[in-house]
Design a protein around this ligand. Sequence first.
Ligand code: ADP
Length: 485
Amino acid sequence: MQAIKDKHLVKTHSYINGQWHKSHSTFAVTNPATSKIITTVDNAGIVEANLAVRSAKSALQSWSAMSAHQRATILRNWFNLMVEHQDDLARILTLEQGKPLAEAKGEIAYGASFVEWFAEEGKRVYGDTIAAPSADKRIVVLKQAIGVVAAITPWNFPNAMIARKAAAALAAGCTFVVRPSEQTPLSALAMAELAHRAGIPEGVFNVVVGEDAKAIGEVLTQHPDVAKFTFTGSTAVGKTLIGQCASTVKKVSMELGGNAPFIVFDDADIDAAVDGAIASKYRNAGQTCVCSNRIFVDESVLAQFTEKFSQAVAKLKLGNGLEQTTDVGPMISAQAVSKVEQLVKSSVDEGATVILGGKVEPVGSSFYQPTILANVSPEMPIATNEIFGPVAPIIAFRGEAEVIAMANNTPYGLAAYFYARDIGRIWRVAEALEYGMVGINEGIISNAAAPFGGMKQSGNGREGSKYGLDDYLEVKYLCMGGLAK
Ligand code: ADP
């Protein structure tokens, strides 16, 4: 904490209606690398959630009536401040979340890039005119801000998961209330401080931090003044929240769990595939929804890939994210480690082999070694569950048809990756994979210009890109009649 240059970025109260809001009790925020308490934060609940929605409702009229250009100028201020304070924001993020500082800086740049993108994209909301079926009518289509948006976000990307939603919502003319994960409230509050400095008017961007996710979630999903609800998190919680939104028929967008296949074909560039697998598997200690979850390797290149991959993974250094040499940080908690341990154990019981790692690191209960499992079959727990940890299960396959069937045999459909060189194969496989995003000879796919989102039980809606604004806009049809003389 001492190394943070701008101490005013460390906030410990919810940000509602442009003000820092005190609550009656507090909760602790812990550094997962050391298990030490970083600070305590005021514990907001139902009252504060309702207050935040009311503030967002009051601010809606004037914010949505502003020109897109005016909103863009303010959003750009916010972007500039995030870039200016990148180092401090990254340090706060690493302290509460654990990822290596270089990755945290990357996340701040990535989060800010959505603010920049939507500041620009907000100017490009186009309506339509449509030929009417009768001569005395005209059909005009407007796109308008949907209203108050409520969001719940996870701990794995404490900055970017908020930025992706808030930037699109604000650019479209909506006002916004977010409840970040109780494990990572400080990054969200630092964003609020910068939103304040950027001149985002009171009530437009609100952050409610509190431990009782369920109670706050019930307000955000059921309040009649919330027009749209957006969530990033697990499929199980997402389903509950969609159900809660039904009573007021809210528009919802959901970015839920994944079970990404990473396929290495026999014509792949094996070195490139190894690099891609490392990036997509071990980033954020394997705790991203687009992390490779099942690594399928054609049996003719299995030995070659496994050897090179093992050599590369063996070089990854596990440690505190604040240390420069760290490649892989701690997991978010000891419970998260236990879940991964259990998945590995039950898969080994069913015949999988640990060829690297496979243990909790002696330095601390939140550290799990970068691990590779061989002899995995698609039915094992490690392949059917979202691992959310630094474990790479390798599954052998024979031929395109078999691997496509195995890759699609899951209720999830977020990200998929494959490495191949044959152009015919690339098109066939890309079209056959039932996934919202497909990395082809590429292990890192996410950026502000591209539509991020899933199929099947991985969710609906898209974040980023020109499509990302649609989730925050209503289409309104004006029927202009009585034009005949
Ligand atoms: P993860 O495994 O990434 O923690 P979760 O779906 O459990 O995924 O959590 C994502 C976010 O949803 C977190 O901010 C968490 O606090 C919140 N959350 C969890 N359960 C509920 C719930 N019943 N209602 C509202 N929010 C919830």
